[in-house]
Ligand binder design. Structure first.
Ligand SMILES: Cc1ncc(COP(=O)(O)O)c(C=O)c1O
Length: 342
């Protein structure tokens, strides 16, 4: 997909211009935008009564846009706290409404999804918010929770990694930079009956009704990112769609977790039933070995393994673009490091 972008970079389909140079109102770009939306709808099986928006500002802007658009007359929103990203979403929502944290795994260092039977839901919440995959902690929902109110999910780090039933959600949002395309693009999928009740005074760029009305072109959209996302959607269709990519992702994650669990050296800090197929944090027996592990891994061409500073240890991210060979190389290296230090 990057090679295709490279080949088309200076001359997009005979226009003599790069996609970066053509107007977002040109027929060529409208074709790109519409094809990307159609492919995303096909991949996720998005029903017609949902808008698909291609926005800017990252998932963080959605932490505000969600309450500003969905609260309506209500004053309470329910949030499940499973790690750093849901904590950030909660903090931002508190600027606009009363947040009821229905369940939190904070007391066990965010090592699990609290069981739904323990959630203390409000009677009158405007919506229930989850982060389907906590990127830093590696905690993932493997079932869609049952909600009697509108279910909202931050899917920034697991969208397009597996099939989902969009109809179970009122709103899904995701920063693009994991499984969609370059940072700067944010995808929002929202049921149309939820659009049009934004809080008065909301910046118009955050109002889903304004964005839906203008086809996500209230201002100049991130055209090149949108085009690259479209190429990724085409690539995903070639992988057998989300069923195909999910099977690959499960194989990758299983192989790595099996290695960790079989070792008496490495360990996973996450409860088995909540382990993420996208982000696999793992710990060495002594944090004093971390720097050496990372140095040696880098020499072996294995990069980006340092765990987030808030949790330490290691984290292997297995997004859609990571091939099985990379997992095998990592496992080979982990086994060798264990032999030397175990
Ligand atoms: C689950 C999740 N939510 C939200 C964010 C914030 O996204 P952005 O940096 O696009 O605002 C991230 C970023 O990595 C994330 O992983």
């Amino acid at each position: 997909m990057l090679e295709r972008a490279q080949a088309e970079m200076l001359d997009y389909q005979g226009t003599g211009m790069s996609v970066m140079e053509i107007s977002h109102r040109s027929a060529a770009f409208i074709d790109i935008a519409e094809a990307a939306e159609a492919d995303l709808r096909e991949l996720l099986n998005v029903p017609d009564d949902y808008h698909v928006l291609f926005l800017q500002g990252g998932a963080t802007v959605q932490f505000s846009a969600v309450p500003l658009n969905l609260l309506g007359e209500r004053t309470v929103a329910d949030y499940v706290e499973t790690g750093s990203w849901s904590t950030k979403a909660i903090k931002e929502a508190r600027r606009y409404c009363e947040v009821n944290v229905v369940a939190t795994a904070k007391n066990s260092d965010f090592d699990r999804v609290p069981p739904q039977c323990q959630w203390r839901l409000s009677e009158d919440a405007a919506y229930l918010h989850i982060c389907s995959n906590e990127t830093i902690g590696g905690v993932q929902f493997h079932e869609v929770p049952k909600a009697s109110t509108t279910l909202v999910a931050d899917m920034s780090s697991d969208i397009l990694s597996r099939p989902i039933d969009v109809t179970k959600f009122g709103l899904i949002y995701a920063g693009a930079q994991k499984n969609i395309g370059p940072a700067g693009l944010t995808v929002v999928i929202v049921r149309s009956d939820l659009v049009g009740n934004a809080r008065e005074g909301i910046p118009s760029m955050l109002d889903y009704a304004v964005q839906a009305e203008s086809g996500s072109m209230s201002n100049t959209p991130p055209t090149y990112a949108w085009y690259l996302a479209g190429l990724v959607f085409q690539w995903l269709k070639e992988q057998g769609g989300l069923e195909g990519i999910a099977a690959q992702n499960a194989r990758k994650a299983n192989r790595l977790y099996t290695t960790i669990d079989a070792s008496n050296f490495y360990h996973s800090p996450v409860a088995p039933e909540a382990r993420s197929d996208m982000n696999v944090p793992f710990m060495l027996p002594d944090p004093a070995l971390d720097a050496q592990f990372l140095d040696r891994a880098a020499t072996a061409g294995l990069l980006g393994l340092k765990g987030h500073r808030s949790v330490g240890g290691m984290r292997a991210s297995l997004y859609n673009a990571v091939p099985m060979e990379a997992i095998d190389a990592l496992i080979g290296f982990m086994n060798e490091f264990q032999r030397e230090h175990g």
